[in-house]
Design a protein around this ligand. Structure first.
Ligand code: LCV
Length: 259
């Protein structure tokens, strides 16, 4: 059974993440279906994509599928990790991807949403960035996505508390473009997509790629990169990392000992 529902209409492609039983946890299987759908949209010269969960959902996505995180000794968010693959696929898609957000957005799903080009959410939406809750060392590219979207004090609050922030704060910060009630959001997002589709797809795709390249342009020395990777390794080699994952799968609170 497919984990997504797709639709195309008037150069607008819609992807509904539909693995409700696992709260749209971003598993390799779900991500594979999303990226395959994006490849198909690219071939069909789709000019705007809407990424959403089923209408009325309480959880947009529960983030990385924790059961697929490596048990230790390997970077849990390396280049080829499915979550990283999905975020790149969205950021590199040659047309705007609009996130239609209802419900809770957890962990790596926040970065998926922030990797989209335009975000529209319902008043009940929340955003929680959760690596600290699991003992995961978020990766460089992921933190850059967060830094590009959220002022540092708020990014630190979200990363260090792992607590959800309300959509009102996300709107104030400019993380979310609009908030619309559940009974209006679909037509509102469709209206935005139609206004995009009416414009030059070449101009838009090139400007999207220019903005991606410019927002990721950072001078980073090999020494700085190696130091950061060394620091991250201390975390994913730690007992705390093992404890965070074990606690999640055993449905209990983790006991972090700082080693
Ligand atoms: C696998 C899941 C998940 C899930 N993975 O429903 O950003 S980082 O670094 O942290 C990154 C590594 C990352 O993204 O990690 C994941 C961070 N995500 C979270 O911390 C959210 C974890 N999930 C939850 O807190 C709850 O599931 C929410 C609040 C999203 C929904 O709660 P609700 O009571 O509605 P359940 O918790 O009962 O979940 C339903 C089923 O989905 C599984 C969960 O294990 C359960 O499976 P079973 O029915 O087999 O018990 N599930 C939920 N999230 N991220 N599996």
């Amino acid at each position: 059974m497919s984990l997504i529902i797709t639709e195309t209409q008037n150069a607008i492609g819609t992807i509904v993440m539909n693995h409700v039983a696992k709260r749209n946890a971003l598993s390799e299987a779900l991500i594979g279906e999303i990226t395959t759908a994006l490849d198909g949209f690219r071939e069909q010269a789709i000019r705007a994509v809407v990424l959403r969960a089923p209408a009325g959902t309480k959880v947009w996505s529960a983030g990385h599928d924790v059961s697929e995180l490596p048990s230790g000794g390997r970077d849990p968010l390396g280049w080829s990790d499915p979550l990283r693959v999905l975020i790149r696929a969205i950021q590199e898609f040659p047309a705007p991807v609009l996130a239609l957000i209802e419900g809770g957005v957890w962990g790596g799903a926040c970065e998926v949403a922030m990797g989209c080009d335009i975000l529209v959410a319902t008043p009940e939406a929340t955003f929680a960035i959760t690596p600290a809750k699991l003992g995961v060392p978020y990766n460089l590219g992921g933190l850059l996505t967060v830094m590009n979207m959220i002022p540092l004090p708020v990014a630190k609050e979200m990363l260090f508390t792992a607590q959800p922030i309300p959509v009102s704060q996300a709107l104030n910060l400019g993380v979310v473009n609009y908030v619309r009630p559940a009974d209006e959001i679909e037509s509102f997002v469709h209206g935005l997509a139609e206004s995009i589709v009416a414009n030059s797809p070449l101009s838009i795709s090139v400007m999207k790629e220019e903005l991606r390249l410019l927002s990721s342009a950072r001078s980073i020395t090999p020494e700085l990169f190696e130091r950061i990777q060394g620091l991250r390794r201390i975390v994913y080699d730690s007992q705390d990392y093992q404890e965070g994952i074990a606690a999640f799968s055993e449905k209990r609170k983790p006991r972090f000992l700082g080693r």
